[in-house]
Design a protein around this ligand. Structure first.
Ligand SMILES: [Zn+2]
Length: 99
C-alpha cells in the first residue's frame, strides 16, 4: 500500500468519511477518465458506505469533489468503462505534482 500512501497528501481520499476506515487499493475503482476529469468510486469495506469522487484538473489546479453515493457497484456494469487503470491516476498525480 506504499504507493497508495504516496498519493494521500494530494487528492485521493484515503479514509472513509463516515467511519474513518482506511481504504485499500482494491476498494478504489476508476469509473471514468477523460478531459482532465477522473471519476473514482470508493467502497468502504467496514461500513459499506460508498463515495463518488471527481478529480478535475484545470486552470485553477486540481479540484476534487466527493460525495456519498448509494450507487451499487454492480450498477457500473452498465456504464462505459475506459481502459484506465489505477496506476494511470498515480501517474497523473505525479505529473501534476511536478508541474
Ligand atoms: Zn466506512
Amino acid at each position: 500500500m506504499s504507493k497508495f500512501n504516496q498519493t494521500s497528501g494530494i487528492q485521493i481520499m484515503t479514509k472513509c468519511p463516515m467511519c474513518d476506515f482506511k481504504y485499500e487499493k482494491k476498494d478504489v475503482k476508476i469509473i471514468n477518465s477523460k478531459e482532465g476529469v477522473v471519476t473514482l468510486y470508493l467502497n468502504c469495506q467496514n461500513c459499506r458506505g460508498s463515495i463518488m469522487m471527481l478529480i478535475m484538473t484545470g486552470a485553477f489546479g486540481i479540484t476534487s469533489i466527493s460525495m456519498t453515493s448509494d450507487i451499487a457497484e454492480d450498477d457500473f456494469e452498465n456504464m462505459e468503462h475506459g481502459c484506465v487503470e489505477y496506476d494511470d491516476v498515480l501517474e497523473m498525480h505525479k505529473f501534476l505534482k511536478n508541474k
